[in-house]
Design a protein around this ligand. Structure first.
Ligand code: SF4
Length: 207
C-alpha cells in the first residue's frame, strides 16, 4: 500500500473552487499514453494525497491563482488540449475551472492517481481520463476512465491490473533501467492487448 500524505501535505479543498493552489502551468507535448505527441498545456495542481517513494514530481510549492488568472495563462499557449495533473488534481475543487476552460474552447485531459471520487460534473467536462493507480483501490466514482497507466517497478505485478475499468492499459517502466523495461516487455508478451508507455518528453528533454 502506498502511504498517504500527512494532514498538512494534503491538497486543500475549497467549496467554491474560485482559488486553486497551482504548482506550475507550462506548454509541452503529451509524452505518455494514448494522447502521446499532442501539443498540450499542463496545469499542475499542487499537493498530493499520496507519497509514492518513486515520485519525481515537485508538487508541494504553489501559487494561489484565481480561475481567470489560470485561464489567462493557458490561453497564451498554442495548445487546444489542457491536461490537469499534479500532485493530485482531484484533491482540489477543479469543476469551476474546468467549466471555464471548456467554455473557452479547450479540450480537457486529467491525470489522477484514482483514489478520489470525482465531482460527477467532471465526467461531462473532461474528455480524456488517465488513471495511474498506485497500489490503492480505484475509486468507484471513476466511471469514465480512458486509460489505466501502471508504473512498472520492483513491486508491480500483472495481477494488479484492473482490466475491466478501461479500454486501454499502459505499462510504463519506472525508469530507463533495463530491469524495468524488460519486466514490462515480458508482461506485454503475455498480454498483447496492453501497451508500452515510454515518456517521450523525457527522451526529447522537453518540459
Ligand atoms: S500519486 Fe503521483 S503525484 Fe502523487 S506521490 Fe504518487 S507518483 Fe507522485
Amino acid at each position: 500500500m502506498t502511504p498517504p500524505a500527512s494532514k498538512d501535505q494534503m491538497p486543500v479543498w475549497r467549496d467554491n473552487g474560485a482559488i486553486l493552489q497551482v504548482n506550475e502551468i507550462f506548454y509541452s507535448i503529451e509524452g505518455e499514453g494514448l494522447r502521446v505527441g499532442q501539443p498540450t498545456t499542463f496545469v499542475r495542481l499542487a499537493r498530493c494525497n499520496l507519497r509514492c517513494f518513486f515520485c519525481d514530481t515537485e508538487f508541494d510549492s504553489f501559487e494561489e491563482m484565481t480561475i481567470s488568472q489560470i485561464v489567462d495563462t493557458v490561453v497564451r499557449h498554442p495548445a487546444k488540449w489542457v491536461c490537469l495533473t499534479g500532485g493530485e488534481p482531484l484533491g482540489q475543487n477543479i469543476a469551476p475551472l474546468c467549466r471555464e476552460l471548456v467554455s473557452a474552447g479547450f479540450r480537457l485531459h486529467i491525470e489522477t492517481n484514482g483514489t478520489i471520487d470525482p465531482d460527477p460534473v467532471l465526467c461531462d467536462l473532461i474528455e480524456h481520463w488517465t488513471v495511474s493507480p498506485k497500489r490503492q483501490k480505484i475509486a468507484d466514482g471513476l466511471t469514465h476512465i480512458t486509460e489505466l497507466k501502471y508504473v512498472v517497478g520492483k513491486a508491480f505485478c500483472e495481477n494488479m491490473v484492473d482490466e475491466n475499468r478501461a479500454k486501454y492499459i499502459y505499462l510504463q517502466p519506472e525508469s530507463s533501467k533495463p530491469r524495468y523495461i524488460n519486466k514490462a516487455l515480458d508482461i506485454l508478451s503475455r498480454h498483447p492487448n496492453w501497451r508500452l508507455s515510454c515518456r517521450i518528453h523525457k527522451m526529447l528533454q522537453l518540459p
